[in-house]
Structure formats: C-alpha cells, structure tokens
Design a protein around this ligand. Structure first.
Ligand SMILES: O=C(O)CCC(=O)C(=O)O
Ligand SMILES: [Fe+2]
Length: 366
C-alpha cells in the first residue's frame, strides 16, 4: 500500500496522552466508570501523529493521501506483551485487564458475557420500539424474503433515543473501548437491528477510517438471546493483523464510488476480502450470545453477518463504534471526513460525532 506523503506542519493528533485509559479500576467490574483526564490541547504529554500532516491540505480524504504513520494503538505494537506486563507490575492494570489486553492484542476481539444487565437492555430496546411506534424513527422493510417479518437496520438511533445514547456511556463499553484504544473513546456511530444483516465480511476501517490507523473500536450488544439460525455475527480471530485494505487497494476510485456507490464496493472489495480469508485459512467464529453479552472488535478485525437460516427469527442488536479522541476520521469510500476530533475544529464534522447529545440535537436542528 503506497500513500503519498503530505507536507505540512499542523498537528493532527492534538489530544493529551491518555496512558492506559482503563486506569486502575476493573473494566468489567461493577465499579464506577473510570474518570479520564479531560483533553487539554497543548498540555504536556500531547501525542502527535509520527508524521504530522497539514489537514487543511488534504482535499480528498482517502487513505492513499495520508502518509503511513504511527503511533499505532499500544496493543498493536510489537512490544504489547511487555508493555502489558510492565503496566500490570506498576498497578496500572488489574490482572483481569491485563488478560483482556493480551487476548485483544493476539485475537483482535473480546467477548464480555453479561456485560450489560438485562433490565438496561429491555429499557433501551423498549425506548427504541416506542420511537418507531411514534413515527420518530421509520425503518425500511429490507425484506430478505417474502416471509421476512422483520424491518431493516437503523443508523444512529442514539441521536433520537436518549436511552440508546446513554448506553454509549455504559462503563463497561466505554472503559473497555478506551482501554484498548489507549485514549478516551468517543462515541461515533450506532446501528440498531431487528434481524441479521447478512453483510459480507469486511473491516470497519474502510467504512470508518482513522489517521493514524487503528483508532476505532466497535462493540456489538445482544439485545436479546441470539439463536444460531438467526444469522449471527461472524468474526475472524487474528484477522486484525492482516494489512488494512482500502478503496484504492481494490481499485475503487472516488469517481467509481460517486457513480456506482456500494455496487462498486460489492464488486471489488467484498470478493477481495473473501479471497484474503480463504488464502489465510482463517476459520470464522459465530457470536451466539445471551441478552446483554457484548463482542468488542478491533478496527481491522474482519467480520460480517452470517446467512439467516430461519428468516422468521429476529436478531436484535445494537452496535457502537467508538473513535479515539484526537484522531482524524474519514470515510475512505466516499472520501469525506466523518469527524475530526481534537484541535482541528475548523473542519467539517458530522453531527453524530459530538460526544454530547445536546450538541448533536443542536446540530440536527440547525
Ligand atoms: O450486525 C452485523 O451483522 C454486522 C454489523 C457490522 O458489521 C458493524 O456494525 O460494523
Ligand atoms: Fe462492520
């Protein structure tokens, strides 16, 4: 993958270093959320991209227009095992957190059983259904077959449903994501679904790209018990270590995407990923979950929705995507900025990126 170098002087990673965002508390315990330091641009310990870019000079937000640059997320680095051990020794990580971090570094995912209590799930889902019933949210049918009774997915329901917005800050979800990113996790995008997506295998990094790479973490929350025939999520352990694949790498130009949209993606990107999986012989795992179980995955972990063997079965889920505070975020396929966090405030940001629901509501109204 070649990336043209971009000259410039403006810092793009202008947030305070977080060290280990998980702090001293046990990420999966019932302890209160970790209080992370508030970002203070210009404060000591500011972390810059290793190769600074003048973000204002990037007219086309595509991966090939960014230099290759670290810093990589701390658990992606070759010395991750030693760093985990050192932080454990210093008491910066609990033994359980250290185990999670080791697992994440090796596998690129983590399953947290019973992470969200069923009552919280029920309240959140009922609020989502109420918003649908009241016409605040309209779902497309997206029928996979004539006898498919379930409606389609909905993007960013947290912008309309306060209970879903609150769930973004659930201590387990927020703390785990912050811990593996090594920075404060900023809620970015959510997806609610009543049924299996049957989405082809992909890395979220082509849909939500960061500069530097790797500063995205996702979590998939089971909003009901998930049946094996409902089309569970599938994921490919260890695939996060394969090279990132972007539009440019599979020959999708900006014009292609503008003219043909996701048809170009289906034609070029999806077969390339299937080929990679076969080539590396990576066996899929299926996320057979109980209500409240959560699967976290790395920015580059390959995953998708398996076929729905029984289309009458629902598969209620909520997915959260978090960015690390301070990174540059964009949509590689359409070459547009998704959001830019940190000090580069002059750039367009999409409303969904604000961590504050009141601010998001303002943006939506304006
Ligand atoms: O729910 C699924 O089947 C896939 C979801 C997904 O790929 C995502 O939200 O990133
Ligand atoms: Fe995805």
């Amino acid at each position: 993958m070649t990336r043209a170098s971009v000259a410039g002087k403006v810092r793009t990673w202008a947030n305070a270093a977080r060290g280990l965002a998980g702090g001293r508390s046990d990420t999966l315990g019932s302890e209160p959320p970790v209080h992370l330091p508030v970002s203070r641009p210009g404060a000591p310990n500011v972390v810059d991209a290793d190769v600074p870019v003048d973000i204002g000079c990037i007219k086309v937000f595509r991966s090939e227009n960014f230099p290759e640059s670290g810093p990589s997320p701390w658990l992606d680095r070759p010395d991750a095992t030693e760093t985990i051990a050192r932080r454990l020794d210093r008491g910066e990580l609990t033994p359980k957190q250290a185990e999670m971090c080791r697992f994440w570094a090796e596998n690129g995912y983590y399953v947290a059983r019973g992470a969200v209590d069923p009552d919280t799930i029920d309240v959140a889902w009922a609020a989502y259904e109420a918003a649908i019933a009241q016409g605040e949210i309209t779902l497309a049918p997206e029928k996979a077959a004539d006898d498919d009774p379930h409606p389609g997915r909905y993007l960013n329901p947290h912008l309309k449903v306060e209970e879903l917005d609150t769930l973004l800050e659930h201590p387990v979800l927020f703390n785990f994501s912050s811990m593996v990113l090594g920075r404060r996790a900023i809620p970015f995008q959510t997806i609610a679904s009543h049924k299996g997506s049957q989405q082809s295998e992909h890395s979220d990094s082509i849909h939500m790209t960061t500069y530097p790479l790797g500063y995205l973490a996702a979590c998939w929350v089971a909003m009901e018990d998930i049946h094996d025939d409902s089309g569970p999520l599938v994921y490919y352990p260890g695939s996060h270590r394969l090279p990132y694949v972007f539009s440019h790498d599979v020959g999708i130009s900006t014009d292609d995407f503008r003219e043909r949209g996701y048809a170009a993606y289906a034609e070029r990107y999806e077969p390339a990923i299937k080929h990679t999986i076969a080539e590396h012989g990576i066996a899929p795992r299926r996320f057979i979950a109980r209500k409240g179980d959560v699967l976290f995955w790395h920015a580059n972990l390959l995953h998708g929705g398996s076929p729905r063997n029984d289309v009458t079965r629902s598969r209620k889920a909520l997915v959260h995507h978090y960015f690390a505070e301070g990174c540059v975020c964009y949509h590689d396929l359409s070459a547009t900025t998704s959001a830019v966090h940190g000090s580069v405030e002059s750039l367009p940001t999409c409303g969904a990126s604000s961590p504050d629901i009141k601010r998001r509501k303002q943006i939506r109204r304006s």
